[in-house]
Design a protein around this ligand. Sequence first.
Ligand SMILES: [Ca+2]
Length: 419
Amino acid sequence: MGLLLAATAAHAQLPEIRFEAEDFAQVTGGEVRVLDRPEASGGRCVSYWEEPGVALTCAFEVTETGEYCLTLGYACQWPDTRRQVSIDGEVVPGLEDVLLPGTGSWADFRAITLAGPDGGRARIPLTAGAHTLTLANVDSRGVAWDYALLHGSETLPADAPLSDEELRELAEELPAAAARLLLGEVAEGDLHSGDVTVAMRSSGGVAAFRVGDVFFGMPGRDRGVASETIVRAVELRGLHGRWLAPPDRFGTAFVLLTDGASLYCCGARAGSMPPTRAVHPPLVQWRQGRPWLLAPEPLRRAAAGARQVMIGDVAVSADARFRPSVASAGFPILALMWTPLSVGGATVAAWKIGPPVTPGNSAIAGRVVGEEVVVRSSGYMYPALAQFYGMPQFEVRVRPDASMTITTDAGEMLELPAP
Ligand SMILES: [Ca+2]
């Protein structure tokens, strides 16, 4: 079973222009230092750049005229810092005072694609030929600048801010139920509780969901409704959910549960489960109210070999280690795959998306116990802590015929039949 991340649709491609900050042509208004940093691109970066008015200029060549997005790689231990961006000595409109969020430490290098005046990515018109890029310090905080990348809007080297128009365009690429959730609309048949919304298709399947500030959806349009999924509402103390059974008995039945903070899913089938099965791609995250399209590559690196990966403030966890891969299917796609557990002839895969809770281990956990697969809503959380966060603890026992029993820590029990 897997999670998919879909990025942006393809447009005419511009060549990528990349240059290292440490190869700067000129520094004015003061001094900077070039530092050796193994974490940085090219092993070096420019730092000690605290004085306002100090400006660094890099020279670069453009081979193809077009409107370019600008991505900067940097590290910053301050909560944030600001820089002014100029091209050929002229300040770029909308980039007079660019906020670079802190990365946590001077060794933690990240990239950001700069936003323009409409809230979407800045588009910088560049003609073929020689140009310069200047970053000027407009506050009194340092930044370790690593590199700059100019690229077309079809590539996503880093998370990219979306304008309202780009958000609507993205919605048009999605199935209707996913599109309305992306645009903030909750329908009557949706599973909705607290910070969690699951957009249900009219056929009964899941189109997309939102947990906290992160939207997860599937690329592609509705393929038409060939058959109806059997759907049953599930209500346990503190938990709302749906049990969904496929129209044919070889499909995967799954139970979706939410406590209003996290979304839990446990899927089972009486037979083998394809490991590359596509389920739900993370796509867009809201930051200070603005939507950002998430780049696959940083998530791919964060997920490699992990049981849990952070997307903004929410953690995605599975009952086994992720094996992420980036594929292309019209969209750049990050598949977060893992191997389902098996018992008898049945296979079981479980995942959870929600805020991480510490101390303890709030990631979902699954193991084979005798003739059953037992999935716990959290690896281990102190009961008092779970109560404090309003996260009911429960377990799902799955038998070889893919029937399930859900038991809460309060002793409530619910039987779900074999599909
Ligand atoms: Ca560098």
